[in-house]
Design a protein around this ligand. Sequence first.
Ligand code: NAG
Ligand code: NAG
Ligand code: NAG
Length: 399
Amino acid sequence: MAGFRAVSLSTLIVLLAAVVYQIQLPLVLKVGLGLGRKTEPLSAFPYTCRRLEDERLQACEDMWLSERSRQLFLACSDPNARKQWHANSARYNASGRSLRDAFVALDIDEPVGAGFRMRTLKTPGFTDMLHFNGFTGHDDYNGDIRLWAVNGRPSVDAVTGEFLDSAKVGANMTVELFRLNAGQGDAGAGDELEHVMTFHHPLISTANRVAAVIDEDKPDFWFTNDHGQGRFGWRYRLSSVLQTGDVSMCRRKACWKVAEGLRYPNGLAKGHDGLIYVPSSAVGTIDVFEHVPRQGFKKRHQIDVGYSLDNLSVDKNGDIYAAAFPWPLQFLRGADDPFNSRVPATAFKISKKDDGAYVVEKVIEDRDAEVLPATTTVLHDAKTGRLFFSGVYSPFIAD
Ligand SMILES: *[C@@H]1O[C@H](CO)[C@@H](O)[C@H](O)[C@H]1NC(C)=O
Ligand SMILES: *[C@@H]1O[C@H](CO)[C@@H](O)[C@H](O)[C@H]1NC(C)=O
Ligand SMILES: CC(=O)N[C@H]1CO[C@H](CO)[C@@H](O)[C@@H]1O
C-alpha cells in the first residue's frame, strides 16, 4: 500500500511538473538553461581581478560590508563538506557536515601581502554548531555591529540527542543574532562575537537570507524561505514550480508571513529607499516590496533581469548588485567538485533613476571562469570601486 501510494504520488508529481514546465518552457529554457544567451569574457570589462586564496576564505556563501568600520564580513565554511551537508540544497548527510563554519572579517583598507588583514571571529557564547547560509549585518549608532545569520543544523531527537534523518523531517533552521561590541568592532580589533539570541520558529523553515528591519536597536528581521514551508519531500522539490516560496518577518518570539507565492526567493536585501528587494532564482526577476505595517508586503515593482539570480547586496550609494548564473546547470554540477569545477559568473548593477525607473546593467562577466568563483554573492565597495565575489562552495573569493 505504501509502495503504491509512493508510485502514484511520484507519478502525479512528474505529471504536474511536466504540465507546469510546459506552460513555462520558454522561460525555463531561457533562464534555467541559459539558452540563446550571449556571454562575455572577463577581458570585455574594465576590471582587473585576482583571487584571494586562504584556507579561511573557503565556501563563503555570503558577505556584508560594514561601511563604518571598513570591514568585510564573510560567512565561510568547508567546500567539501558543503557536498554532504547544506540544508538549502537538500544535502543531508549530517556526519559529513562542516565543523569549521566561522565569520571572517577582512580589513579592506589594510592590504597585507596579496590580500587584506583578516581575522576569524570566535563565538564563545554560542555552544551549538554554525552551518551558514545567508546573513546580514548592521552598523549600530553606538558603534556595535550586529550580524543576523541563517543557521541550518541537523535536526536532533529531543530525548536521545541523536541525529534525526533531516531528509525526512527537514533541517533545524534558526536565525542567530550576534554582536561585535563597540571598540571590538573597530577594524583589526576584538575577535569575539557575543551571541545575543536564537530565533527558532516553525516559519523559519527553509530560510535563505535575512534582511534587518532596523528600527532603533530592535532585533526584528525579514527573511526568505526559498522552499516556503516545504521542509522535505514533494513540497520541497516542487516548491519553485508551485510557487510556495515566501518572505516572513520575526519579532522576538513571533514570526509571520509577509509575502508568498514566490519562486525560489533568494538573497533579499533592504534598499536605501526602505523597499525590500527579493530576487527569485527560478525566473530571473526581482520583486520590489513595500512593507506596510500590519498588512505585510505590497508589491511595487518587478525588475526583469533574465538571468538566474542569486543574492543581492546594496552599496553605499544605494545601488544594488546582483550575482547571477549565466548557466545555472553548470553551477549546480560544480558543487560536486568545488576545487576543479569552472563555473561562469555574472554581476549586474541595478540603479534607480529619479523617476523611479530601474536600470539594469551588466558590470562584469567571466564567461570562461578564468578568475571569478562560482559566485553566489557580489558586493560593491563604493569608496574604492572594488567588487568582491564569493561563492557558496568556491574554495576562494576574488576582488
Ligand atoms: C557522509 O559523510 C561521511 C563523512 O564525510 C562520509 O564518510 C560518507 O561516505 C557520507 N555518506 C554518504 C551517503 O555520502
Ligand atoms: C532546533 O533548534 C532549537 C534551538 O537551538 C532547539 O531548541 C530545538 O530542540 C531543535 N529541534 C530539533 C528538532 O533539532
Ligand atoms: C544569502 C545567500 O547567499 N543565499 C543563497 C545564494 O544563492 C545560493 C544558490 O542559489 C543559495 O544556495 C544560497 O542559499
